[in-house]
Design a protein around this ligand. Structure first.
Ligand SMILES: C[S@@+](CC[C@H](N)C(=O)[O-])C[C@H]1O[C@@H](n2cnc3c(N)ncnc32)[C@H](O)[C@@H]1O
Ligand code: SF4
Length: 461
């Protein structure tokens, strides 16, 4: 992987520094439309039952005590803990509506609480939420599912972690972002190493199967050297996985980001330097690069899935369980069921209105076409494994790759000249420095990208 250190010259950066999707789904959420409604979702659920198999559940808890200026998540910032009560009651209403659509007994292989900050809830509320979920869906009680929760270490202590283990969680992912004091101040997220370590240590003592840490590169005042110092501290915590997200700066969409001055952000060249150095640094520390922004220890299920060619991508990033249909509950959450995507309304009052009236709170969605399935396969292979077997795609989808993807191959020819990819009659290989620009490579196969509003997406570098 030493070639990652190859410098990107200014011309190359200018040509590739566009905006584009992160491909946690294909088609991306921009293709969701409000013509998709409850009946479409019911039909999708029926198709899902016909296929059967395990389910993946997601519950969105939108509340946060304070705002981090960089945040692009769907959240409600409030100090009023009482807001959780009516919201949970609404989630239980939605849960009952959703559960009625799926065959009883489909085992829940994967469960995830995301946010916002799920531990904004009190201990009693978290216990209750897991209990209600178990009344409606077939949760596994033998610790064999992959049950994970997003933790803000400022909102959790040892007792919280013990409770989460007791109610069935076995994986946690912790938001850290950066340990540097200047960066933390600039993004309004003051979080000490010690409070983070307490959570990690307790998770280990309690027998959690996996600890994952989120960092962001591209935040104000970050430099390569300062970010390497954060990595040193993170490596001390010895996480099983790391997500190193590229900061998505879209101040026109996310108001708190307007408190971050554009001039304080690292330049595209500095960001590439941070990313390239991070990859080298973490590989030396024994981690494997998983796709675009994840790292894992070589014996972690994600690394094994990548090595075996079974890695998938979904709304939570990379996953070993994407074959499960995902039933998502809570405001703004996105389900992927029976060949369709569907997203709930974001505003809590509209969410309440729908479920109180006995309606599924769907805002929009899309039914996936055969062409989408083909392109999704190509994009998933590239973003997960950095390699595509043309022969395999031709066999699987009964197409002639060269004519079907003539436009994409044209675009890739430029990238081949820039040593980002290598194309042979039978394969496309993403080269080490192309891995840093994997979103550009995937965009070549995105049928909708040319027609998309660039403002919706973050910068790829
Ligand atoms: C939904 S947040 C929840 C985590 C939890 N509330 C916390 O802050 O610890 C999950 C992760 O998304 C990432 N994230 C949030 N905003 C982002 C942005 N604008 N660009 C890139 N990553 C972002 C952060 O790394 C964060 O830890
Ligand atoms: S990063 Fe986490 S705690 Fe901060 S505002 Fe976003 S969801 Fe809330």
């Amino acid at each position: 992987m030493s070639q990652i250190a190859i410098p990107f010259d200014a011309d190359l950066i200018r040509r590739y520094d566009t905006s584009g999707p992160r491909y946690t789904s294909y088609p991306t959420a921009v293709q969701f439309h409000d013509g998709f409604g409850q009946d479409d979702y019911r039909e999708a659920a029926a198709r899902s039952n016909a296929t059967g198999g395990p389910l993946s559940l997601y519950v969105h808890i939108p509340f946060c005590d304070t705002v981090c200026y960089y945040c692009a998540c769907n959240k409600v910032v409030t100090k009023d803990r009482a807001k959780a009560r009516p919201y949970l009651d609404d989630v239980y209403r939605e849960m009952a509506l959703q559960a009625a659509l799926f065959d009883d007994g489909r085992p829940v292989d994967q469960l995830h609480w995301g946010g916002g900050t799920p531990t904004f809830l009190s201990h009693d509320e978290m216990r209750e939420l897991m209990g209600k979920t178990g009344e409606h869906f077939a949760l596994k009680t033998d610790d064999s599912g992959e049950y994970s929760i997003e933790i803000d270490p400022r909102e959790a202590d040892a007792a919280t972690i013990r409770l989460l283990r007791e109610i069935g969680f076995n994986r946690i992912s912790l938001g850290v972002q950066d340990f540097d004091a200047k960066v933390q101040k600039a993004v309004n997220r003051i979080q000490s190493f010690d409070e983070t370590k307490e959570v990690v240590d307790t998770a280990r003592e309690e027998g959690f199967h996996g600890v994952s840490i989120d960092l962001i590169y591209g935040l104000p005042f970050q430099t390569r050297d300062r970010f390497m110092q954060t990595l040193d501290r993170v490596i001390e915590l010895d996480p099983d996985r790391l997500s190193i997200f590229n900061y998505a700066h879209l101040p026109q969409r996310f108001k708190p980001q307007r408190r971050i001055a554009g001039d304080d952000l690292p330049s595209p060249a500095e960001k590439l330097d941070i990313l390239g150095s991070t990859i080298g640094y973490l590989q030396q520390a024994g981690y494997v690069l998983i796709g675009m922004d994840h790292f894992a220890k070589p014996d972690d299920p994600l690394a094994i899935a990548q090595a075996e060619g079974t890695l998938q991508r979904n709304f939570q990033g990379y996953s070993t369980h994407a074959e499960c249909d995902m039933v998502a509950m809570g405001a703004s959450s996105i389900s992927q069921v029976g060949g369709a995507f569907s997203q709930n309304v974001k505003e809590l009052d509209r969410y309440h209105e729908a479920v109180a009236a006995g309606r599924l709170p769907i805002e929009k969605g899309v039914v996936i076409t055969e062409e989408d399935v083909l392109r999704r396969h190509v994009i998933t292979e590239l973003i997960c494994h950095f390699r595509l077997s043309i022969h395999d795609v031709e066999q699987r989808f009964e197409i002639d790759f060269a004519s079907h993807f003539a436009d994409a191959l044209d675009e890739l020819a430029d990238m081949a000249r820039d040593e980002l990819v290598t194309i042979t009659p039978d394969s496309i290989e993403v080269q080490p420095r192309g891995r840093l620009l994997i979103r550009n490579v995937c965009m070549a196969f995105d049928e909708y990208h040319g027609s998309l509003d660039g403002q919706r997406f973050s910068k790829v570098i």
